[in-house]
Ligand binder design. Structure first.
Ligand code: ADP
Ligand code: MG
Length: 491
């Protein structure tokens, strides 16, 4: 998907105000009537309608006039709201090239004021699996205010929480930096997805490490559920990093054993095919006490789930039970209907000619740093679980746009990089004000904020060497990807 951030530069305060109003209206309307947008935005002299035309022109909103006349946010509009919020927070300052196209996400490089390059994952649930999902709409149809943006936001929230917890427990995952709406910011992994790696110096070691991860995850109470060559990154030194966590489940999930076996099976299949690993190799495990099944594979039943219970920790982390259930329903029912691994193979991004593009990151100056928050009385009246707007949160904390801008730019001058903002404008992504988990969410937002500051500080130390690419890789497929890349390079 094209993400022309240039348009973002020219959006005015009023544009963002109206965009935010559409987002707020979507909490209880799939299509938001223009009168409601106008009321929420509160612009004088019918200004809203003129702005809506501009937003429509830039494809930030979609117009529908079937049942009644109204608008909804597009993914692009949602992207801009998230990007603006994160830029205002000082998490990053510019958006670079696209480095990945996942099944249901787009991944871009972003750079902080001091030039540290991070990865930005924009979740796009419902994109590639639209057909599959259509056939199982029952549950979705009954959900009064269902929409893709909401599910994408849940996916991001879950991914961020899991990435953070896994990192804290010593798993090799990207550092979770921040999260807003459907967008997760994380450290950039140095390396390539395993699927692009043609040769390994030590395939046996890598195999052991990877299988060991599946087992260690289970020992911690978790199953990845999409553990395959697309979600394992290999660095130049053959360091393994796992990515992509929205579909993870607890070992107490009713299909846990099936998911575990499937993860193991994917690894075996891939290593046999690509690296011709002998079946004997599959029997020895790297020093760990893994009990094998009759095929010599790690068996779910014999994994000691005693190393801690990350699944329970995560369940209590603010990602509410209800949200977990909703995600699970969407992701796992969806996955069962799709053929297991064909999607990724057509959608993964070619990162072949990416080296030079790393430095070509345009400075992204937001035209109006002043928050586009809607009037206070409206902001307080929220009552549903639809996508949060954080513009209003920023407004309500009393931090002006100028302050945030000043914070950001001052950080760029400092020799020692500081997290670019105070805790004052924590994003209280109060997505669940309709349920009793609101308090949990508040404390979760605080936790996120604390973590974000630490992670930004940590990430500042890491710059990506421009030439540290693995040379042994496949060419990517798909003309669409190269088109996106060409487009991205223009930014
Ligand atoms: P999806 O959930 O849509 O499959 P992934 O998280 O697997 O998305 O990411 C898709 C691709 O983007 C990956 O295969 C990888 O090439 C790239 N990617 C994702 N996260 C990072 C990261 N932190 N650093 C570098 N590349 C990444
Ligand atoms: Mg993936």
């Amino acid at each position: 998907m094209k993400l022309d951030v240039n348009a973002l530069r020219y959006l005015s305060k009023d544009d963002f105000r109206v965009l935010t109003a559409v987002e707020m209206g979507m909490r209880n309307h799939e299509i938001v009537p223009s009168e409601l947008i106008d009321r929420i935005a509160g612009l004088k002299h019918g200004g809203t309608y003129k702005v809506l035309r501009n937003l429509l022109k830039n494809k930030l909103v979609h117009h529908e006039a079937t049942k009644y006349d109204g608008f909804r946010l597009t993914y692009l509009g949602y992207d801009f709201l998230a990007i603006k919020t994160l830029v205002n927070r000082g998490v990053f300052a510019s958006v670079g090239r696209q480095i990945g196209v996942g099944k249901e996400s787009d991944i871009f490089e972003v750079a902080t004021e001091d030039g540290t390059v991070l990865a930005m994952k924009l979740h796009r649930l419902g994109r590639t699996s639209f057909r599959a999902v259509k056939s199982k709409r029952d549950y979705l149809a009954h959900r009064r205010s269902f929409n893709w943006l909401y599910l994408s936001r849940l996916a991001a929230l879950k991914e961020f929480a899991f990435m953070k917890a896994l990192g804290e427990h010593g798993f090799p995952v990207p550092t979770a930096v921040d999260c807003n709406r459907h967008c997760v910011i994380m450290s950039l992994v140095q390396g390539y997805p395993l699927v692009q790696v043609k040769e390994l110096q030590n395939p046996d070691d890598v195999f052991d490490t990877i299988l060991g991860l599946v087992v260690r995850l289970a020992e911690h109470g978790l199953i990845h559920c999409d553990f395959n060559e697309f979600n394992i990154m290999i660095g130049d030194d053959e360091k393994v990093t796992m990515i992509d966590f929205p579909q993870m489940v607890s070992v107490s999930h009713r299909n846990a054993q099936m998911f575990f076996d499937r993860d193991i099976e994917c690894i075996y299949k891939f290593f046999k095919k690509r690296f011709h690993l002998s079946s004997e190799k599959c029997k020895e495990q790297d020093g760990s006490e893994i009990n094998d099944d009759e095929n010599g594979r790690p068996s779910f039943l014999s994994v000691q789930k005693s190393d801690g219970s990350l699944d329970k920790e995560l369940a209590a982390s603010g990602f509410t039970r209800k949200e977990q259930v909703e995600m699970d329903k969407y992701i796992h029912e969806n996955a069962e209907e799709e053929s297991s691994d064909d999607d990724d193979s057509t959608s993964e991004q070619d990162s072949e000619d990416g080296d030079e593009a790393t430095v070509k990151i345009n400075s992204l100056k937001i035209a109006d740093q002043d928050s586009a928050g809607a009037p206070d009385h409206i902001l307080r009246g929220r009552d549903s679980n639809e996508p949060e707007t954080s513009e209003e949160n920023e407004t309500s904390t009393g931090l002006s746009g100028e302050n945030k801008l000043a914070n950001t730019s001052s950080s760029s001058n400092g020799a020692t990089m500081e997290p670019p903002e105070s805790g004052g404008n924590a994003d209280n992504d109060d997505d669940s004000s309709e349920d009793p988990d609101g308090e949990d969410d508040d404390s979760f937002a605080k936790q996120l904020n604390k973590h974000r500051k630490r992670a930004i500080a940590a990430a500042h130390g890491r710059r990506r060497p421009l030439s540290s690419r693995n040379t042994l890789k496949d060419k990517g497929k798909g003309t669409m990807n190269s088109k996106i890349q060409r487009q991205a390079c223009k930014w």
